[in-house]
Design a protein around this ligand. Structure first.
Ligand code: DGL
Length: 261
């Protein structure tokens, strides 16, 4: 595998661009191919076997494109499908899971909130990784039903009412941090900050995923430290929406392309 091969990144839509941004910040010389499987969003309401099937389909595209590592930039796909992906493919994978650990370590009130999809919150992986913390602290979970379709439509301000309904009970219960356990949710950060007091920490997993990606590439001698990155972004639905999210991130909006997958 070549060092200048791209990093592959996939999500059920535009949400994983919040992870792409962190990877691109940390590793600006790495080329990448981003797949937004918006046609099948939301993954969070689908059964596990379907999430696995979609994750395999996305992986096939990225392997075919010659990627050197794949970032599963979707908590729902990671918590339901990453074990299957790792057992079927020799390519290294980096996954994303809700950042329960840092929130649990830092809490003073002994209560944290986790906002994520149904698929993530009911997954065996989330249940087993969060179990040790539940002995010490209270984890107040909430399924963010309806949020992903709003983000996918690009009309972020329409998420306010749902966010209030999901977050106000967490605030009332006394959480001192809220974990954004879905890669789409960081795009709602302004709306979230307008609802929760500034003393509450909002935690997402973007930066740790980028660091893990860098470490894994380094360990495998695959880090690209020279040359110019080539960035490609594919969606199987609306190019305009993908393009508008790229613009929001100061990424090249003209690189948004349609691809059937
Ligand atoms: N962005 C995804 C996640 O991190 C999934 C959202 C969905 O499609 O339900 O969980």
């Amino acid at each position: 595998m070549n060092k200048d091969a791209p990093i592959g990144i996939f999500d059920s839509g535009v949400g994983g661009l919040s992870i792409w941004r962190e990877i691109n910040r940390l590793l600006p010389q790495e080329s990448s191919i981003y797949l937004a499987d918006s046609k099948h969003a939301p993954y969070g309401e689908r059964p596990k076997d379907e999430i696995i099937r979609l994750s395999v389909k996305n992986t096939e595209v990225l392997v075919e494109e010659g990627c050197k590592l794949i970032v599963v930039a979707c908590n729902t796909a990671t918590t339901n499908a990453i074990d299957t992906l790792r057992s079927h493919y020799s390519i290294p994978f980096v996954g994303i899971e809700p950042a329960t650990k840092p929130a649990a370590i830092a809490t003073r009130s002994g209560k944290i909130g986790v906002l994520a999809t149904r698929g993530t919150l009911t997954s065996e992986l989330f249940l087993s990784t969060s179990a040790p913390y539940r002995e010490e602290i209270e984890i107040i979970e909430r399924v963010g039903a309806g949020l992903v379709p709003i983000i996918e439509s690009g009309k972020l301000s329409e998420a306010r009412d749902l966010l209030k309904r999901y977050l106000e009970p967490m605030v009332a219960a006394g959480v001192d941090s809220i974990v954004l356990g879905c890669s789409h949710y960081p795009f709602l950060i302004e709306e979230i900050k307008a609802i929760v007091p500034s003393s509450i920490q909002i935690i997402d997993s973007g930066a740790p995923v980028a660091r893990r990606t860098a470490k894994l590439l380094q360990e495998r001698n695959l880090l690209n430290d020279e040359g110019t990155a080539q960035l490609r972004f594919y969606t199987n639905t609306n190019v305009e929406v993908l393009s508008s999210f790229l613009q929001r991130l100061d990424a090249p909006p003209n690189e948004a392309q349609h691809l059937n997958f």
